[in-house]
Design a protein around this ligand. Structure first.
Ligand SMILES: [Zn+2]
Length: 233
């Protein structure tokens, strides 16, 4: 049965005053604010509806959708939103992090550094691009290294606030690795700072979240030293 658009009651969305929030990226919750009926519509229908509404935005802006170059844009944007840029909203896309026995009995910190990601600022819907450094101290079990990249990407592929994304990755890794000894550092460029507002193209934002043994000064220092170490590749 085809779901109706009316099943998504968007009229009840609370009017949060954008003026109050201003350009400050504050006032966010640690969980991505998601509606209870977030997945009531299937992906196909979401694409269809977003296409329709994005077309409206383009028309209001005064663009001629009969132009060959623009006619396919609403569909392209809708498909990109649902299947790529925002696919990390849907828990069905959460990467499975299978644990393996730590055969080598490696007990030191493991760091996966410079994990590149692309996200979208939830206040302006423009890109955030950056690198995440993820570290953990194995507790008998390990995960495949690529899982660390995939977990970062999963949380990046949703409208985000960098501080929240940092904490979400730490929490997910704690659960997946069955240990509290996890740390995440993210450095990112926000297009909403570069292309509008203060138009600063040189600043970047660094966030970090340390947990378990990484709260210990010695481990934290070692992590920072290893991350900033020159890469001779
Ligand atoms: Zn922003």
């Amino acid at each position: 049965m085809k779901q109706k658009e009316t099943s998504l009651n968007t009229t009840e969305i609370k009017n949060i005053h954008a003026e109050e929030l201003g350009d400050n990226h504050v006032g966010f919750s640690m969980e991505t604010p998601i509606r209870e009926d977030a997945f009531a519509l299937d992906d196909e229908l979401k694409i269809e509806l977003i296409e329709k509404h994005f077309k409206e935005i383009m028309l209001i802006l005064g663009l001629d959708l009969n132009d060959d170059s623009l006619s396919g844009t609403p569909h392209r944007v809708a498909k990109m939103y649902v299947t790529e840029m925002f696919q990390g909203l849907n828990p069905k896309n959460l990467p499975e992090a299978k644990l393996f026995d730590n055969k080598y009995q490696y007990k030191n910190m493991l760091i996966e550094k410079n994990i590149s990601f692309h996200s979208v600022c939830e206040h302006h819907f423009v890109p955030i691009t950056g690198k995440a450094h993820v570290a953990y101290i194995p507790n008998g079990k390990v995960v495949g290294l690529s899982k660390l990249n995939r977990i970062v990407r999963y949380f990046a592929q949703r409208p985000q606030v960098q501080e929240r994304m940092t904490v979400q990755i730490v929490n997910m890794l704690k659960e997946a690795l069955a240990t509290d000894d996890v740390a995440v550092i993210i450095e990112a460029d926000h297009m909403c700072v570069a292309m509008r507002g203060v138009r600063d193209i040189t600043s970047s934002t660094i966030t970090s979240e340390f947990s378990g043994k990484f709260l210990d000064g010695k481990n934290r220092e070692e992590l920072l030293r290893l991350i900033t170490m020159e890469n001779n590749k």
